[in-house]
Design a protein. Structure first.
Length: 515
């Protein structure tokens, strides 16, 4: 009999589903996400060491709420339910779930209340324990055979049936706001599931190269290369799989940063990749003229990228695949994963912004990874630190950092302001410790006084955030002297700007980019 391979996560639509997978991979255990509608038979074929039911935006009382087959709870494989998964387990096994008098969102204190036998899931944890909640329903009666192992001030927070090896938590152990969340997951992985710890960046590279080679066969692929860590790692992986049958295209879409097209083109060629630079700036800017809606901007840019790549594939002849450096945060904010019930936050140009019909077949080797995981894979691929440490830059570029219409005048203002932010952050030796730092041009004009004259200029917002994976982010408390230099330089050097503000909002409730 074949041994179990890893953890299978049933996706009920949570924005944090892949974050669960990431936390599992951090402990070197393989993880696979599948739709919550998977049959017990197909689930069994995956030979899971354990099963996790994710959270989700629904209530078990909603019409059409996502459901998994109750037979999955009878397979004998260890199960952990999180948030919605907690409520669904209780609902399916005879417990009572009710709408909570008040939705419990944010931080709470977990009191662990196990008896003399202890809890294998919550073992060695301090009590009370800070945890993160996000739910509108609560358990008022436990399913037969279960015992309560934890509570918050307002709700049953942890239950288990050790004989059936079914465990459930009302809070989210996968988010960093929950103290010792990794320890809870480790207890499930190793104490309860005895899962093998055999996932590493090296094993990911080997598996991805092999699967890419099998998928592409004798075909050829085109890579949408931007010079960022995501697309560069994706290109390097595919190049390792199919060699010179990969053709990389770097497109100037008219909304790149200052001098980026020439600088990045030179850097990419040093990697030994076959790179063609295409100046398509005029066609992109024509399409964007007069457009102010951010979703429309993303759609236009996503479509136009594909049209450029299809033209290049025609020029090169018989290209079947388009390689993209799509990451999981792009996917989960844009479209439901594998048809799951997650909500759309905003359309990323390379996911939900793609045209409905396209000739090229997508190849996205990084689709289920987060940025920090991609950097670790890139390090194992021996990529230059200059590439690995580049801050993220959105595919739609400066188009989503100009609020309102994208014009040449506004582009020049933003390019100049953004270059100042980049220079000062680097000068202060802060660049590599910050997830993202950039400027945003606002459609707001304010009165100012410069040289004893009245001005009526634009406002630039400066944004800097810390993050691990782009799913959550906290604003950076930049030193006042750095902010002062940035503000003084932008106002003095960028014609048309007379005011600078600093964005101190976190994600959530905001997103990292403004559009």
């Amino acid at each position: 009999m074949e041994s179990a391979t890893g953890i299978v996560i049933l996706d009920f639509g949570s924005q944090y589903t892949q974050l669960i997978a990431r936390r599992i991979r951090q402990q070197h255990v393989r993880s696979t996400i599948v739709p919550c509608t998977i049959s017990p038979k197909d689930l069994g074929k995956l030979r899971p060491a354990g099963i996790i039911l994710s959270g989700g935006p629904s209530s078990v009382f909603d019409e059409g709420a996502p459901r998994s087959d109750p037979a999955i709870l009878k397979m004998g494989t260890p199960v952990l339910g999180i948030c919605y998964g907690f409520q669904l387990i209780s609902h399916q096994l005879g417990g009572t779930v009710r709408p909570a008098p008040h939705r419990e969102y944010g931080r709470a204190q977990l009191e662990i209340i196990v008896g003399s036998g202890g809890s294998r899931l919550l073992r060695s944890l301090p009590s009370p324990l800070p945890v993160w909640n996000s739910h509108g329903d609560q358990i008022v009666k436990l399913p037969p055979g279960f015992r309560q192992t934890g509570k918050t001030e307002t709700a049953v927070a942890a239950i288990e049936d050790p004989e059936r090896r079914i465990y459930a938590l009302q809070f989210h152990p996968e988010v960093h706001h929950t103290a010792h969340g990794d320890a809870i997951l480790a207890n499930f992985l190793f104490e309860i599931c005895q899962a093998p710890a055999d996932w590493t960046p090296k094993s990911f590279i080997e598996q991805t190269v092999a699967s890419t080679r099998k998928t592409v066969g004798d075909g050829r692929a085109l890579c949408a290369l931007s010079g960022g860590v995501d697309s560069t790692v994706a290109a390097t992986l595919v190049h390792r799989a199919i060699g010179d049958r990969l053709h990389c295209i770097f497109v100037d879409n008219g909304v790149l940063r200052q001098n980026e097209f020439s600088r990045v083109s030179a850097m990419l060629r040093r990697l030994g990749l076959n790179v063609t630079g295409v100046d398509a700036s005029e066609r992109f800017l024509r399409k964007l003229a007069g457009v102010t809606d951010p979703e429309e901007k993303r759609r236009i840019i996503g479509n136009e990228f594909i049209y450029v790549f299809e033209e290049q594939s025609t020029r090169l002849g018989e290209i079947e695949y388009l390689v993209q450096g799509t990451l999981y945060p792009d996917v989960i904010e844009s479209v439901p994963v594998r048809g799951g019930p997650s909500a759309t936050i905003k359309t990323h140009h390379n996911v939900g912004g793609l045209p409905k019909t396209m000739k090229l077949r997508l190849l996205e080797p990084l689709r289920e990874l987060f940025k920090d995981e991609v950097r670790r894979v890139g390090a194992d691929l021996d990529l230059d630190p200059e590439i690995l440490n580049r801050q993220p830059f959105p595919g739609p570029g400066l188009a989503v950092r100009i609020l309102g219409e994208v014009t040449r005048e506004r582009l020049e203002m933003l390019r100049a302001a953004d270059a100042i932010v980049d220079e000062e952050i680097r000068e202060a030796s802060l660049y590599e410790s910050i997830w993202q730092s950039f400027a945003v041009l606002l459609p707001v004009r304010t009165v100012g006084v410069m040289g004893d004259q009245r001005t009526y200029g634009y406002t630039v917002a400066v944004r800097a955030v810390h993050s691990e994976d782009a799913m959550t982010a906290d604003w950076v408390k930049l030193p006042y002297e750095v902010l002062e230099r940035i503000s003084n330089r932008i106002i003095n050097e960028v014609q048309g700007v007379n005011r600078v503000v600093y964005d101190i909002s976190s994600k959530p409730p905001s997103t990292i980019e403004w559009e």
